[in-house]
Design a protein around this ligand. Structure first.
Ligand SMILES: C[S@@+](CC[C@H](N)C(=O)[O-])C[C@H]1O[C@@H](n2cnc3c(N)ncnc32)[C@H](O)[C@@H]1O
Length: 472
């Protein structure tokens, strides 16, 4: 069934609700604070409204009248919409017939076939009103859609939207240029979560401050450096998801999973800047140039990086280039590989008995390679080693030389959190062989420390062989 969406101006209408059922009370609650005039009529209506906490005395609502008596045809006079929520079919048919004779729109609650209008699922954020319908064909999908949208639209958006309505004129005088003003409202919307738990006057003060600080010389373009997480798109933050859906350009590298990229706006430009086998890629300088050029051209750019964008991700070079060009930049954190993998393997990273510290370290063999193995060899710590596949023999030897026990448990997790995740368990002494015999490829993370013994899928056999290795 096709529906025509129409919003009625509440103050100009009078709704009649017939019945004292729970469904009738739900409709009453829905319209209670909208300013629409409401009449509830039916035997037992007062008791039902009282139990639902909906009488004028309980709510202070001046636009509600309750008539605790059976429906009368005169109840239809001057009404614009009728809801029927009664239990007996005879009353239902009678109200329906009389309302139809007067050509009034009627909704028999939960009976779309008998109704000639529906009330969509909806939610509000201040003056923003979002309504959904599937024409009765997929109510579960409608519920899901509503809850996912409710989740990504922070409640503070309502206060912000009210503030925006009150201050449009002032903001226009502070930021006269319309393109710059649009950008200002865009940024305010992106940061709606910051206004959580504030009252209207606080929000208005901060919005004026933000407008005054909206830098005059800055370009209209912007860059968000966004953490794409380890691969599973469900691990994206809500803010990262929103950034992907708004970006004009997405600059991404090899670690970003396809499932995450699939969430990008359909017409966004996707620019791959990673290295493919046998190719050089654009290099860090090239990446910085693309980010700066696209932002200076006025685009909304997302620089999408695997995991968290500030961990082993060369963010400082990109930030330097963006700051040097006075480009508005924001960072959206992501779940790093160590967090995603700890969750998928169910390895607690610290443990009261086994580990009181966690160290994140690169196992990269080139510039900046970690050499201070002595610092990592103390008792009771957990090591999460990034980029350590090629360097596994050197890492194992480095730690063993510092006296770390050869039987220290090790987990190697390739493609963590993705559909093709592979997990291997062994000991520090056996790490090179574990990596080589399983042909582990990047991206993979090494977790080293006694906490690894808690891994969910360290099955009985593996556990026993680990124990045998530990006992010599
Ligand atoms: C350049 S670093 C980037 C780290 C990233 N910024 C983060 O916070 O996870 C790349 C390394 O991260 C690790 N890594 C990233 N994603 C991974 C995944 N899904 N599974 C296993 N390791 C991963 C691997 O060690 C990989 O070589």
């Amino acid at each position: 069934m096709t529906n025509i969406p129409v919003y009625l101006t509440a103050e100009k209408h009078h709704i009649l609700i017939v019945g004292a059922t729970t469904a009738a009370m739900a409709k009453l609650a829905l319209f209670m604070d909208t300013g629409v005039r409401l009449t509830l009529v039916g035997h037992g209506a007062l008791d039902a409204a009282q139990s639902a906490g909906l009488t004028p005395a309980l709510t202070g609502n001046q636009t509600l009248t309750i008539q605790d008596r059976p429906f009368d045809q005169d109840d239809l006079t001057d009404k614009s919409l009728v809801y029927i929520g009664v239990k007996d079919d005879i009353t239902e048919e009678r109200v329906l017939r009389l309302a139809s004779t007067r050509k009034l729109p009627v909704n028999v609650i939960d009976k779309p076939a008998k109704s000639n209008f529906i009330t969509p699922a909806q939610f509000t954020r201040g003056p923003l009103q979002v309504a959904f319908s599937s024409g009765g064909s997929a109510p579960v999908f409608v519920r899901r859609l509503r809850s996912s949208l409710e989740r990504i639209l922070p409640p503070s958006l309502g206060v912000l939207a009210n503030a925006a309505g009150n201050m449009r004129g002032r903001i226009k005088s502070i930021i006269p240029d319309s393109t710059r003003r649009r950008l200002f409202w865009d940024r305010l919307y992106d940061n709606a979560g910051r206004y959580a738990d504030m009252d209207q006057s606080e929000v208005e003060k901060l919005v004026i401050e933000a407008a005054c600080n909206h830098r005059v010389g800055a370009t209209t373009g912007q860059v968000q450096i966004v953490g794409a997480g380890p691969g599973d798109p469900d691990l994206l933050t809500i803010k990262a998801h929103r950034a992907l859906q708004q970006a004009d350009v997405i600059v991404y590298d090899r670690l970003v999973s396809r499932d995450v990229l699939a969430l990008a706006r359909r017409d966004a430009d996707l620019i791959f800047v990673g290295k493919r086998e046998g190719e050089h890629g654009v290099g860090q300088e090239g990446i910085c140039r693309i980010l700066v050029d696209e932002a200076l051209a006025g685009k909304r750019v997302v620089r999408l990086k695997g995991g968290d964008p500030l961990l082993f991700a060369r963010a400082s070079e990109e930030l330097d280039a963006l700051r040097a060009n006075d480009i508005h930049t924001e960072i959206v954190p992501g779940i790093s590989a160590y967090q995603g993998i700890a969750a998928s393997t169910q390895i607690p990273l610290t443990d009261r008995k086994a580990s009181s510290s966690l160290t994140l370290v690169t196992g990269h063999l080139k510039d900046g390679a970690f050499k201070d193995w002595a610092r990592l060899s103390g008792e009771g710590q957990t090591l999460a080693i990034y980029m350590g596949v090629k360097g596994a023999p050197r890492i194992s030897a480095g730690l063993l030389n510092q006296g770390v026990s050869p039987s220290t448990p090790v987990a190697v997790v390739e493609n963590g959190t993705r559909a093709n995740e592979r997990r291997f368990y062994g000991t520090l002494a056996g790490l090179p062989e574990l990596v080589a015999s399983n042909k582990v490829k990047s991206p993979a993370l090494l977790l080293i420390g006694d906490v690894v013994e808690n891994a969910l899928d360290l099955n009985q056999f593996e556990h026993e062989s680990l124990l045998r290795a530990q006992n010599g």
